[in-house]
Write a protein that binds this ligand. Structure first.
Ligand code: F6P
Length: 541
């Protein structure tokens, strides 16, 4: 289908013109002009509170952004997502991660069949497995309880469950330890296994395709480690499980049928936490808590599906992001959770966002003429404050940030949590309003130091708050960001559900490997590649 290039749309041009005017308007002016701005430029939905007043936006900016969204047929696109339309055009399939947490009882039809019974069936199988494992009914080959779970997966088969296991740490069963190994570097698995015993270790091979090089190499390493100990191939059936969309491949590899947990082609890897990929999380926190996470995500799905665009949290976040990227030249976006247990949340969102929207080709195959996904990065606060916040405050580029926090701590101790929240709120304030030279003069800061101690301000941020980090709240945050990414994909006219950009490196590494091993001649490679291969070979000799 031919589409009008986004940047030539009148709505896009109107925003460009508006941005030129907005560049001359500071946040101090906006707050001075409207004493109630902090409350007016805020939205709460499903217990998630977003303060976006510290963005350079006015009511007119929002009007123009929503106009753009409508011109991009956003409402129709959202309906299409939830009607199982083939939103992933290059792979000719729908994106149905939302169905994994749909408790409405409505059928979801794919190629004439309702997929919901299959989803429920796998979830029940996962719950039963958790019951068996937690009660000791599923024990190791030698009869010992399985107390260590090692998830072998990468990308979406690692980042989601890893992030969530850490985020929901207080809900995990004591004495059940979950480890995540993703890297092809053998040191990752070797380092993890060093303190483990094969007797009580369960491996989960998490791979949608069951062909990913890193995961299959680690699975082979794990099997060798296990069989080194047991010297009995029957041990594999007790110590390996699989979460995959290729159950036959898992069976062929040697995973016992009862330990294979299936998911489906229409779940993208980076959207797969609510599928069988969530198995390590479910084993750790139990099926009830896992369901709370799914129900939280489902509540956000319903909000996204039904709320008017103007009161729609993911839509608003997406449009604010597009405003920064396309009209105010932001190149990156920082995710700054003020919660140590969300320390893997930035990495998780990095894949979700950058693998989805890091594209330069529109859905009709033409090059885009506008900027798409920003670089997503981040670390928890307050740690980041003592590392890279210097650049956020006084560097030469404005970096939009999401400051994420929770009103209550799960580990209360004296006033630690209030201190943490004070930092969260203060950072957004400092970024927005800075400190002027006249304020510095009033504080008797010596004149020569004032240029160095001045903070320009006008650094945009969203503040996202929820009551407490529970499984339900985590589910809501995950779904909120998933849908934000979807909306931005619509605004940028890219397919958020494919990832062709990861292929070339994989192919080239397959070509380079035999040359590195000395089994093939490297003469046909470019001179840099040749020299690098030669250097490695020389140093390995
Ligand atoms: O190479 C990228 C990728 O395909 C991701 O999209 C995916 O999450 C990851 O690899 C792992 O894939 P799989 O689950 O098939 O092993």
């Amino acid at each position: 289908m031919k589409r009008v290039s986004r940047s030539t749309m009148p709505e896009w041009r109107a925003l460009r013109q508006h941005a030129a005017a907005m560049r001359r308007t500071g946040l101090r002016d906006l707050f001075a002009a409207d004493p109630r701005r902090g409350g007016r430029f805020a939205l709460e939905a499903e217990g998630v509170y977003l303060d976006y007043s510290r963005n350079p936006v006015t009511a007119e900016t929002l009007r123009l952004l929503f106009k753009l969204a409508r011109a991009c047929a956003l409402t129709r696109e959202i309906s299409g997502l939830f009607a199982a339309a083939k939103v992933n055009g290059t792979e000719d399939r729908p994106a149905l991660h939302w169905a994994l947490r749909d408790f409405s009882g409505r059928p979801v039809m794919v190629q004439g069949a309702d997929i919901m019974p299959g989803i429920r069936c796998v979830r029940e199988k996962m719950a039963l497995a958790a019951g068996r494992l937690r009660s000791g009914g599923w024990a190791g080959h030698g009869g010992k309880p399985l107390t260590h779970i090692v998830n072998l997966g990468i990308g979406g088969s690692d980042l989601g469950p890893q992030m969530a296991c850490l985020a929901l740490r207080p809900f995990a069963r004591q004495g059940l330890h979950v480890h995540f190994v993703s890297n092809l570097d053998p040191g990752h698995l070797a380092g993890t296994l060093r303190d483990l015993s094969p007797e009580n270790t369960l491996f989960i091979i998490a791979s949608k395709t069951f062909t990913t090089q890193e995961t299959m190499a680690n699975a082979a390493f794990a099997r060798a480690w296990l069989l080194d100990h047991f010297a009995d191939p029957a041990a594999v059936a007790y110590h390996f499980a699989a979460a995959t969309a290729s159950p036959q491949a898992a069976l062929d590899w040697g995973v016992a049928a009862e330990n294979i947990f299936e998911f489906w082609e229409w779940v993208g890897g980076r959207y797969s936490l609510a599928s069988a990929v969530g198995l390590p999380l479910l084993l750790a926190i139990g099926p009830e808590r896992f369901e709370e996470l799914l129900r939280g995500a489902a509540a956000m799905d319903e909000h996204f599906r039904n709320a008017p665009l103007e009161a729609n949290l993911p839509v608003l976040l997406a449009l604010l992001g597009a405003w920064q990227v396309n009209f105010l030249d932001a190149r990156t976006h920082a995710i700054l959770p003020y919660d140590q247990d969300l320390s893997r949340f930035p990495a998780y969102l990095q894949q979700l966002d950058m693998e989805s929207n890091g594209k330069n080709v529109a859905r009709d195959g033409r090059k885009v003429t506008h900027r798409t996904g920003p670089v997503i990065w981040g670390e928890p606060g307050t740690n980041g404050q003592h590392a890279f916040f210097q650049l956020l405050h006084q560097g030469t580029q404005a970096v939009p940030c999401d400051l994420i926090g929770f009103c209550r701590s799960r580990d209360p101790f004296r006033d630690h949590h209030e201190q943490l929240l004070a930092h969260l709120i203060a950072q957004g304030q400092a970024l927005a309003f800075g400190r002027t030279r006249s304020e510095l003069a009033a504080e008797n800061v010596p004149a020569p130091l004032r240029p160095f101690r001045e903070f320009a301000g006008d650094r945009p941020s969203n503040t996202i708050l929820a009551e407490e980090l529970t499984p339900g709240v985590l589910g809501k945050l995950i779904a909120m960001y998933e849908h934000k990414v979807f909306v931005q994909g619509v605004i940028w006219d890219v397919n958020s559900f494919d990832q062709w950009g990861v292929e070339l490196g994989k192919q080239l590494s397959r070509r380079i490997l035999p040359k590195l091993k000395g089994e093939a001649d490297a003469a046909d490679e470019d001179s840099s590649t040749r020299a690098l291969i030669e250097y490695c070979r020389k140093k390995r000799r």
